[in-house]
Ligand binder design. Structure first.
Ligand code: AHG
Ligand code: MN
Ligand code: MN
Ligand code: MN
Length: 333
């Protein structure tokens, strides 16, 4: 494959599909630059005062890690001055972050999970950043939380970075899913995979099995089938993987198939699972669908859900189309 930069890819996509106005291209490049900075901070580990707890709690009730806060700051500072955004929202901030008056405002809304997989930070396992881009509603003057309450089908771009053995950036603007690898010598994102497609079938599933005793029947039935081995529909060579960094599990699924599940369970039926709709499930669902996969909450397409709250949670079943459709059908029986 011809090695081209993120910038050249975006300009060529604009020529081909006329879907990436220059303001959106600038936004994506700014987020890409911020992810390079986060990758650099992550890579310092114990040498860089970036590990361990920040001693604060976020709106999710989670104890924030230093890197949760550092990566959030990096994304805010990178995106404030460019004039492409009207406002931002983050897992790590209770409410939206408006652009300071000293800067021009743009027509996009940016949401992000600045550091995904925080429980893996201190043990050197792959972590990442997830982001989602919406257009601000026409005629919006002062951005408010309700302007973010748009279904995932309205996203104009979504992506994630994985800070792992390689640092990669996976991106969709609605015309396929493409992967860029960080060339650390040049400090550039280089296109390394184009039009990624998820295999429709799989024998590999990802779920946190320690929650098994709380699962509802459809999930119990589906996982039992997978575990049934030789007697089950998928035979003996099934695999189970759970990295506990959504970005890493999704990246594996994009590359070799699989199904990722974070279901609602009996512990808190009113709080369906752990993952957040606006900056984890929606961007990942957009990417997975663009790669030929499927993403539901067990009942409907994640992208069709009408959001009501900035940090609302949603059950997630995503990945290989045929398996997501199967486990979703069990919820409807
Ligand atoms: P975050 O670190 O941004 O809060 O997200 C962690 C999420 C997701 O990355 C992962 O799939 C899931 O939490 C892991 O949940 P468990 O710790 O319950 O396995
Ligand atoms: Mn996360
Ligand atoms: Mn996070
Ligand atoms: Mn968190």
């Amino acid at each position: 494959m011809k090695r081209i930069s993120l910038t050249q890819h975006l300009i060529e996509q604009q020529r081909l599909h006329n879907k990436i106005p220059s303001e959106l291209r600038l936004l994506i490049e700014v987020v890409g630059r911020a992810c390079k900075s986060i990758s650099h901070a992550v890579g310092k580990g114990a040498l860089g005062e970036v590990l361990g707890s920040a001693g604060s709690e976020n709106v999710q009730g989670e104890v924030q890690k230093k890197l949760d806060v550092i990566s959030n700051e990096i994304l805010l500072e990178a995106n404030e001055w460019g004039g492409h955004l009207a406002a931002m929202a983050s897992e790590e901030m209770e409410t939206i972050h408006r652009i300071p008056n000293r800067y021009p405002k743009g027509e996009y809304l940016l949401m992000f999970d600045p550091l995904d997989g925080s429980s893996n930070i201190d043990v050197n396992v792959s972590i990442g950043t997830i982001f989602s881009v919406l257009k601000a509603p026409d005629g919006m003057t002062e951005p408010s939380e309700k302007d973010f309450m748009q279904p995932g089908t309205r996203q104009v771009a979504a992506g994630y970075a994985v800070y792992g053995p390689q640092t990669v950036l996976v991106l969709t603007t609605g015309d396929g899913v493409h992967c860029f690898t960080l060339d650390r010598e040049m400090g550039a994102w280089v296109l390394t995979q184009k039009d990624i497609q998820i295999p429709a079938d799989t024998k590999e599933f990802a779920i946190n099995a320690s929650n098994q005793r709380h699962w509802f029947p459809p999930v119990k039935r589906y996982v039992d089938e997978m575990l049934a081995g030789t007697t089950g529909p998928r035979g003996k060579d099934f695999n189970m993987r759970w990295i506990a960094s959504m970005v890493a599990d999704v990246h594996r699924i994009l590359n070799r198939g699989g199904i990722f599940m974070y279901p609602a369970d009996a512990r808190e039926p009113e709080k369906p699972g752990k993952l957040r709709l606006m900056y984890e499930a929606n961007p990942m669902a957009f990417i997975v669908e663009q790669a030929g996969g499927a993403a539901t909450d067990g009942n409907q397409r994640i992208l069709d859900i009408q959001p009501e709250k900035l940090h609302q949670r949603v059950a997630v079943f995503l990945g290989s189309k045929n398996e997501v459709e199967r486990v979703t059908s069990y919820h409807k029986e």
